[in-house]
Design a protein around this ligand. Structure first.
Ligand code: NIG
Ligand code: FE
Length: 405
């Protein structure tokens, strides 16, 4: 029996492990066996045993990219609200007037499962064409039992039919649905009770998320949903402190959340608590940009308190209609002043941590053989170009994807 199924040689590896910048190995090789990385290191030390040899042509190889925060399953779009905002309305005003998330809820409820699958697949394929091999997809535009389950079934089906790993997150507490005006405690009881029971019974969610915000739910309500998630053994995450300081970062930390997302208005104390808890900060420069926010997330505090930073697209119809994770790398650097190395870690090693996955995100023996060959001469180019399509070949579970660009 061959020791390896295939060996990739003549590559420069950005392993994204600690130590050297990018964990770089100059003249590197990766051996693959049964979908996993069986060996990785300098080519000169490569043991014998590769049947098939692939020449990477001196290209850089990174781990497959991970988009750890998306809402890419939804009906319709919100281009008309984009126009309203350009005519003077704010995101919050539109939301309070019954638009915003609620208008996507109407369109998502009206859509069939097949329609949601088709439009979701288009967006997921756009992400994948840039080298994304793992993506998280949230519910949150159904807001009743049937429609939340429908969204999550579509997300599961995307993962089952397309060559990407899909991690699903139940975000029933995304906004108050029509019919529950002024009864948020009733709605939260539904989310934390029968809705979550059903989602769990059908194994539709890998994690639970809540939007804690003045236009959504209070920290106390988020805590009720988190308690229920805990009873079901599901990890939690939080849309925290995006538009105002709600104490979301500290709440996420208190529940040992995998991640807290957005965080533009998070306090230093909240960030410190996240550092203590090992909760990842997921930054979403697409939403910051698209809503023309001017309050930066507290990056310096994150660095000071040792909070790991991930970057994601937040692909959604209202605040970040983005289907390019590489553009988010560029924005993370230009808008948030992250370094290109931090940005790349944020869509590989740290993004895996934000999803609770320890089988991917770095090039290391035993991890999944998900990696990308790039037509770049330095990994910083992945953050530098705008609109380039630098992915040369995408390998997932050891196999070359046919849809490779
Ligand atoms: O991540 N912040 C809450 N949820 C989404 C926006 C959803 C929407 O506007 O449709 C976000 O930005
Ligand atoms: Fe989001």
């Amino acid at each position: 029996m061959d020791r390896f199924d295939a060996v990739w040689v003549n590559a420069r590896l950005a392993t994204m492990t600690h130590g050297r910048p990018y964990g770089a190995i100059d003249d590197g090789a990766i051996a693959v066996k049964d979908g996993l990385i069986a060996w990785v290191g300098p080519r000169a030390a490569l043991p014998d045993g590769g049947e098939i040899q692939h020449d990477a042509g001196g290209r850089w190889i990174t781990p497959g990219l991970i988009d750890c925060h998306t809402h890419l399953v939804f009906g319709g779009d919100r281009a008309e609200e984009f126009e309203m905002r350009l005519n003077g309305a704010t995101y919050e005003e539109i939301a309070r007037a019954g638009g915003g998330i609620a208008s996507s809820v109407t369109r998502t409820r009206a859509a069939s499962e097949d329609q949601l699958y088709q439009s979701g697949a288009r967006r997921l394929k756009a992400l994948m064409s840039e080298g994304v091999t793992t993506v998280e997809i949230k519910s949150g535009y159904g807001l009743d039992i049937e429609n939340e389950a429908k969204m999550l079934r579509v997300a599961r089906r995307l993962g089952a039919t397309l060559p990407a790993t899909v991690i699903t997150t139940f975000l029933g507490a995304h906004a108050m649905p029509p019919g529950f005006e002024g009864q948020s405690s009733d709605y939260i009881a539904l989310v934390a009770g029968p809705m979550m029971d059903r989602i769990v019974a059908e194994n539709l969610a890998d994690a639970v998320d809540v939007f804690a915000e003045s236009i959504a739910f209070s920290p106390e309500e988020a805590a009720i949903v988190f308690e229920a998630a805990r009873r079901h053994g599901l990890p939690v995450k939080l849309h925290a402190d995006q538009l105002s300081d709600q104490g979301g970062a500290a709440l996420a930390a208190r529940f040992g959340a995998l991640s807290a997302e957005h965080l533009e208005y998070a306090s230093e104390a909240g960030i410190a608590a996240m550092g203590e808890a090992g909760t990842v900060a997921v930054l979403l420069p697409g939403a910051y940009y698209f809503l023309r926010d001017t309050t930066m997330p507290p990056i310096a505090a994150m660095r000071r308190h040792g909070v790991d930073i991930a970057i994601a697209s937040d692909c959604n119809p209202g605040s970040s209609p983005a289907v390019s994770l590489l553009l988010m790398l560029n924005m993370a650097c230009t808008l948030f002043r992250l370094t290109p190395e931090e940005a790349l870690s944020g869509v590989t090693r740290v993004a895996a941590k934000a999803l609770g996955l320890n089988d991917r995100g770095i090039l290391e023996t035993g991890k999944r053989a998900d990696f990308v060959l790039w037509d770049v001469s330095h990994p910083a180019e992945l953050s530098y170009w705008i609109g380039a399509k630098p992915a040369h070949r995408i390998v997932r579970g050891g196999g070359i994807l046919e849809m490779s660009p």
